[in-house]
Design a binder for this molecule. Structure first.
Ligand SMILES: Cc1cc2nc3c(=O)[nH]c(=O)nc-3n(C[C@H](O)[C@H](O)[C@H](O)COP(=O)(O)OP(=O)(O)OC[C@H]3O[C@@H](n4cnc5c(N)ncnc54)[C@H](O)[C@@H]3O)c2cc1C
Length: 177
């Protein structure tokens, strides 16, 4: 981090939340060296700081699902690449239903997951309670289990992306010397 602002740059990113740091990470991975990220406070000090960090792979379209699948894989591997932990933990996610209408919606969720190549299993109440024993199962009809979902620590993930961006610039500078 530096308080000196360069006079020019190929790209200037405003905001060092997870989005700005991810843009910096991916541009530098593509070989862009002249990337400046401006942050008015601290990296990850904005909305990112408040996020719960849940990483669900299934989204409402195939392209959004592909982005989330890629993100989950990146967050799982970023610590090995940068030495900065993202806090990735593949805990899975569990959605339960208390009405027949909600069960129908969960069947649709599971069908959509299959179409988008995301593992999702319809489960009964006993299995749901095995997965989350603290749950009050009264009135539940069943649920859907997505075993590959997980969570990160959003601020740490942001710092890992920033570290990866700096590393990529250093590596490409060394290559061109
Ligand atoms: C309570 C809560 C829970 C959430 N849970 C989840 C979740 O579980 N999973 C999930 O995927 N998403 C979750 N989100 C959403 C997620 O937090 C946001 O989508 C994400 O953090 C947005 O990142 P960002 O980089 O766009 O914004 P920010 O993190 O807000 O970053 C913007 C940065 O820009 C800086 N900035 C602004 N203006 C300027 C300027 N003029 N000059 C310099 N710097 C500037 C700010 O200081 C800030 O650091 C949650 C959000 C909230 C509020």
């Amino acid at each position: 981090m530096s308080n000196d602002i360069p006079a020019d740059a190929r790209v200037i990113i405003v905001g060092g939340g997870i989005v700005g740091c991810s843009v910096a990470y991916h541009l530098t991975k593509l070989g862009w060296r002249d990337v400046v990220l401006l942050e008015q406070g601290e990296l990850a000090g904005g909305t990112t700081w408040h996020a719960a960090g849940l990483i669900g792979r299934l989204r409402t379209s195939n392209s959004l699902t592909k982005i989330n699948k890629y993100s989950a894989e990146l967050y799982a591997s970023l610590e090995a690449e940068t030495g900065v932990s993202t806090g990735w933990n593949q805990v899975g996610s569990l959605i339960v239903a208390r009405t027949q209408e909600r069960m129908t919606q969960l069947y649709r969720t599971a069908a959509m997951a299959e179409m988008f190549d995301v593992e999702a299993r319809m489960i009964d109440v006993d299995k749901a309670c095995d997965l989350w024993p603290q749950m009050n199962s009264e009135g539940l009809l069943g649920g859907v289990w997505l075993p590959h979902d997980g969570k990160v620590i959003p601020a740490d993930t942001t710092l890992a992306l920033a570290a990866g961006a700096r590393q990529a610039v250093r590596e490409s500078s060394n290559r061109s010397v």
